[in-house]
Design a binder for this molecule. Structure first.
Ligand code: ADP
Length: 637
């Protein structure tokens, strides 16, 4: 209840109140002050109210001011509580019951106080209510405490409901009083299921002793942190927990927080296993591998490195030893290594090859240096060295071999050139005497045929025939030796046109033989076109020539393009070739038939091979004797 008045109207400047309670003795005043209690009285007949001094203080008013009339006093009551106060007073007046009410008042400075008031109604002999009197106690402080407590309970509840960690409140026997909501997710138990359970129900048997020990410490007042154990989840699986706990001495309640570190433990275990594997691999390596920090101190090394240091320098080195300043070795040797270490420490990755001078066995070593970065900074360097003596020797012998090969290639080139020159000169120069032989044989035949008998004439015929064949051979040889020597550069040519050129040249022969030529798709290619004409000429000619004569020759010519080359085929329906000869026929002067059977010099396919190889391609034949042959060749793009 709040009974007050407007401060402006009843200020300290006003005259002292005439209606201060008579009973307001010094003792009562002190008691009221101690209990923060004020008392009041309301004359129901006059509407006049009377307050104790402490009542004024509680309401933040000047005790020397006049007591306000009841309607104004009611204005001090918090607007939201006015109706409730009104109703309670009304009820007390009507029923005669004790008045008991808790409400807020708004003080002149705007602050709010909580009051709890109790009052009583006095009645006259006729039963008419004449007076209401009572006490009001300022309970603002208790209220504040209560609110604070409520707030902190709310915070705590929030923490219990939102934390990712596990929080337990446990009694001195280890039974859980309360568990955070996260327990459901981490342990699979609901909060209510955990209530009353104890750590004994959940802890892994292997961690039981240690947990009991840790609990003892906590109960003796030592707060514990970083204690780890395993709990069983509801589904029987295991979760790793990291605990911090403390004891509230007064309530003997243990407040414990646990973090689920299962993932961490598993990752660490996997990492450990990886590290173990890595060190096995490193130790199995025949190379020496080591790492050092920014101060040249050994961080880690494989067995081979430790062994080498022992064998070579008689130094039993271990992590932490300084590889530059901690070893008694020739200054220039150490200086050399320091320079390399410094380069790597400056962030460079590189390898060096050094001739081993310090080891008795000598040889070569390749040492690689690699900086290890952390957040952009070089924190260490890793080095590995390999004995490359064998590689070095091999490289050197390879170099020597290459020089020798280049020399013999040069020799071969020269002799090839000379041979070509010889073939050219020989065939060229042989033509003249051959022409003489042929023409003089012609003259002999013309002039002396009447004196020669049949045999003589036959000899002349053989001689002319031989000379003619020799001329063909010489011309073919000349052609063969010329391939690749022409200055003509490569140009794009339509192979269909080139084939047509050949067919035109052989028009008569084709007609005479009643041959059928089928031309499929033929691509444009980049080539020395005159040689490709020659190539098709030889293959088409052979196709027409190597026939049984029983049926008309048929030839199919096609070409296709792939990513790296063009491929052509010239197929015939001729006599075919036995499989054992399909390589041989490309060798110069290799013929499979007698000249009486099929004429020729045995150079045609050798010329084809040379032309194809000159174009970076291959030539081969597929054939079934009696059915025909397919000559294929490629031209490199
Ligand atoms: P030739 O001047 O003898 O025709 P080639 O070098 O052109 O010389 O051919 C070599 C040999 O390959 C021929 O003697 C022949 O036996 C065989 N030959 C070539 N082309 C064919 C073909 N289309 N069918 C069957 N045999 C062939």
């Amino acid at each position: 209840m709040g009974i007050g008045h407007k401060p402006k109207e009843y200020s300290a400047a006003d005259s002292p109140p005439p209606n201060r309670l008579n009973s307001d003795s010094d003792l009562l005043r002190r008691i009221e002050s101690l209990g923060n209690i004020g008392h009041w009285e309301l004359d129901l007949a006059t509407g006049q109210s009377t307050w104790s001094e402490q009542m004024y203080r509680i309401l933040g008013l000047n005790p020397n001011g006049a007591t306000p009339p009841i309607d104004l006093a009611l204005e001090l009551i918090h607007p939201d509580d006015r109706k409730q106060v009104d109703d309670a007073m009304q009820k007390a007046l009507e029923s005669g019951d004790l008045l008991k009410i808790e409400n807020r008042v708004v003080l002149p400075d705007g602050s709010i106080r909580h009051l709890i008031s109790e009052g009583m109604v006095d009645r006259n002999s006729a039963g008419l209510a004449i007076r209401l009197f009572g006490i009001s106690r300022d309970i603002s402080q208790e209220k504040q405490k209560e609110e604070n407590l409520q707030k902190s309970n709310l915070y705590l509840e929030n923490i219990f409901n939102t934390t990712q960690d596990l929080i337990f409140l446990a009694d001195e026997n280890g039974a859980f009083l309360k568990a955070s909501k996260s327990c459901e997710k981490i342990l699979g138990y609901s909060q209510s299921e955990l209530k009353g359970k104890s750590f004994r129900d959940l802890v892994h048997p292997d961690d039981f002793e240690a947990t009991v020990e840790s609990r003892k410490k906590i109960m003796s007042g030592d707060s514990s942190s970083d204690f780890q154990n395993r709990y069983f989840k509801k589904d029987g699986s295991v979760v790793y927990l990291n605990w911090s706990a403390t004891l509230d001495e007064t309530s003997k309640t243990v407040f414990a927080v646990a973090r689920d570190i299962t993932q961490l433990v598993r990752t660490e275990a996997a990492l450990k296993a990886d590290r173990q594997k890595l060190s096995i691999v490193l130790d199995a390596s025949p190379e020496t591998i080591w790492a050092l920090d920014r101060d040249y101190r050994l961080v880690t090394a494989n067995t081979e490195f430790l062994r080498a240091m022992k064998d070579v320098f008689n130094w039993v080195v271990s992590p932490g030893d300084n590889l530059v300043f901690g070893i008694d070795l020739p200054a220039e040797f150490i200086q050399e290594w320091k320079v390399w270490y410094d380069r790597a420490l400056a962030g460079e990755t590189f390898s060096i090859v050094r001739k081993v001078t310090i080891m008795e066995k000598g040889g070569y070593m390749e040492v690689s240096f690699k900086p290890i970065f952390e957040a952009g900074e070089v924190v260490a360097i890793c080095c590995y060295s390999m004995d490359i003596t064998h590689r070095k020797t091999y490289e050197e012998s390879l170099k020597k071999l290459n020089v020798e090969l280049a020399e013999s290639n040069r020799g071969l080139e020269i002799s090839n050139k000379e041979l070509e020159q010889f073939a050219y000169v020989a065939s060229h120069d042989l033509q003249e005497p051959l022409r003489m032989i042929t023409s003089f044989l012609g003259l002999i035949k013309l002039k002396y045929s009447h004196v020669l008998d049949e045999k003589g004439l036959q000899y002349i015929h053989y001689s002319v025939d031989g000379a003619k064949r020799m001329r063909d051979i010489i011309l073919d040889l000349l052609e063969f030796s010329r391939i690749g020597t022409q200055p003509e550069s490569k140009q794009v040519a339509n192979t269909a046109d080139l084939v047509q050129e050949v067919l035109l040249l052989n028009k008569k022969l084709i007609r005479d033989k009643n041959a059928l030529i089928h031309i499929g798709p033929l691509p444009n290619i980049n080539c020395h076109s005159s040689t490709i004409v020659q190539l098709f000429q030889n293959l088409i000619n052979n196709g027409l020539k190597y026939q049984t004569g029983e049926s008309s020759p048929e030839i199919w010519i096609e070409g296709k393009e792939s990513e790296t080359e063009w491929e052509f085929s010239v197929r015939d329906n001729g006599i075919g070739i036995e499989s054992e000869f399909i390589e041989k026929i490309f060798v110069i002067f290799q013929r499979l038939h007698h000249k009486e059977q099929y004429s020729g010099s045995g150079i045609g396919l050798a010329i084809c091979k040379k032309i194809v190889e000159f174009h970076g391609g291959r030539i081969w034949v597929n054939s079934v004797p009696g059915q025909g042959s397919t000559f294929c060749f490629t031209v490199k793009k």
